[in-house]
Write a protein that binds this ligand. Sequence first.
Ligand SMILES: [Zn+2]
Length: 272
Amino acid sequence: MNTVLATDDFCREHGNEELWYQVFQEGHPVLLGKQKRFSLIPGGSRCKMCYAPLTGLGGWITRRMGLEPSSRNPSFCNACDGFLKAYPGGAEVDLSILFCDLRGSVPLSASMSPKEFAQLITFMRETIIPVLWRAEGFVLQFQGDAVIGVWPPGFSGKEYASKAVNGGMQLPKAIEGKPFNGSKLPIGMAIHTGRAYLSTVASLSADMQEVSAFGFDVNVAARLADSAKAGEVLISEAALKAAGRTIDASKLRSYELRGVDDPVRASLLKVP
Ligand SMILES: [Zn+2]
């Protein structure tokens, strides 16, 4: 099956498998140490890899340490972006995936100016991404009108699956609390746990790199998010099991997902 995250603009890179396995599956001591230190410094936007604050007072502190937003990848600090450039590649790892998908984006975009729609997408990212950061998730390459977070154990710790479910459950309230021009953002969400190839991806046209996820379980998460109505979070049985949640079989529903042979059982979290 083709991955939903591969785009014409970016192609995935291979190599440095042991290093990326350590970063995302086992935990890299240098990166984990940085995350721990940088999390203690207050900050607005942060490097999505090492959590170094890049703006505000925290950004002033980290600039004095020689860190600044990378000019080619502003969502990474210059040190982490240098790391992506020096070590392109990836590895197959365990992970939880959270997909947040803007529902009805076509009619929505028709109801406002392109500029307003772009503002809405930015607003959606600014609403969701801090929740993913607080839950110790890693935010993937932005994909149109979706926001995608992953929780691999090397990055998020051995309780990664539980952190993903807890993070996902915070989202309906966060979205409810931040209306856009007076209306609640219509976002459907899904959480799934499985395996994926996490790797750097490079743009064909410009000197730009990001991290993305590929594989069947990524597609399951994306399709499950397609099945969620605005304000709903669908949590797959696999995600609940990995998070150590007690599963009430009577609350699970089967979802037929496009391109997925067997129905996927999931629990619906709906916040009124
Ligand atoms: Zn960084």
